[in-house]
Design a binder for this molecule. Structure first.
Ligand SMILES: [Fe+2]
Ligand SMILES: [Fe+2]
Length: 287
């Protein structure tokens, strides 16, 4: 069994500098870390699927490190279009999992029953991502190493459409070629992404594609064709991916914030209830 928490699109700016004049991304990530620590079952590891910072500044990565520091489990980072590989390497390279040579920051995590393959889709200076021939060859080679092991791919830019037109225009390019590679490996449990700042699921390339909500601001849910990029302060959250051998990966959305409850399922004695002792024992107890 492996429980993976996926946080994404933190867009950390230097302390006190709100993103777009609105979003206190530092406070929101600190709240996400508190929420992870309060989960009924502590995740075995945390993955952060890109747009870790808003501008890729060393100062922002140092603040990110400080915010993530209370997490006792391993935390794995990949870059998004708002990140800079060289500064990410500078601040987090010492953690040992990021490759320190070569162009791309992709790697595998091998010490859990669920194997993780982390992809770097970044095209420096651009909003869109890409899985070009070199990156696809790397992915294909890694997948070929362990064809029977349950495998979880995570990447920043979704290689599949989401119906959010302005975001789909900055998706991962060369996705049909990636789909060919993915389709050849039925052991891939899921392709988990960020970038779109919403919880989204799709059947894609013989597996499931998903996008996790941002721990900060959400992209406006607008399925009409339009070019505007707008965001909204809907409840932030993250995905919890539970892998168990008998079921594969099960994904839950966990919202960050203070909400009323939990409450027991007590029924109103003056309200009709189903007469089923097994399914409604509490109702009977309260008659
Ligand atoms: Fe983002
Ligand atoms: Fe992004």
């Amino acid at each position: 069994m492996t429980l993976v928490a996926q946080i994404t699109d933190m867009h950390i700016r230097p302390s006190g500098k709100k993103a777009y004049g609105v979003v206190d991304t530092e406070a929101m990530l600190r709240a996400a870390v508190s929420a992870l620590l309060a989960e009924s079952r502590l995740p075995d590891l945390v993955i952060a699927s890109g747009d870790l910072t808003d501008c890729g500044l060393v100062e922002e990565y140092e603040l990110l490190r400080d915010i993530l520091q209370p997490l006792p489990m391993p935390v794995y980072l990949i870059p998004g279009n708002h990140d800079r590989r060289e500064n990410l390497r500078l601040v987090f390279g010492g953690d040992g999992y990021l490759p320190m040579n070569g162009e791309f920051l992709h790697y595998t995590v091998e010490d859990q029953p669920l194997r993780l393959v982390a992809l770097d889709t970044v095209v420096p200076g651009k909003g869109h991502g890409e899985m070009d021939a070199a990156r696809l060859a790397w992915l294909d080679a890694r997948l070929g190493e362990q064809p029977d092991r349950p495998t979880f791919i995570f990447m920043h830019h979704p290689p599949f459409p989401t119906g959010l037109q302005h975001m789909d225009s900055i998706n991962c390019r060369n996705s049909p070629a990636m789909a060919e590679v993915v389709r050849r490996h039925p052991n891939i449990e899921r392709v988990a992404c960020g970038h779109h700042h919403r919880s989204i699921q799709i059947r894609w390339a013989g597996t499931i594609g998903s996008v996790a909500p941002s721990v900060a601001h959400q992209v406006l849910l607008d399925l009409q064709p339009h070019e505007d990029a707008l965001f909204k302060m809907e409840p932030p959250g993250y995905h919890l991916h539970l892998w168990q051998p008998e079921s594969g990966v099960i994904t839950h959305t966990s919202f960050i914030g203070q909400f009323a409850g939990p409450y027991p399922f007590l029924l109103d004695p003056d309200y009709p209830a189903f007469d089923d002792k097994e399914s409604a024992p509490l109702a009977h107890a309260n008659r």
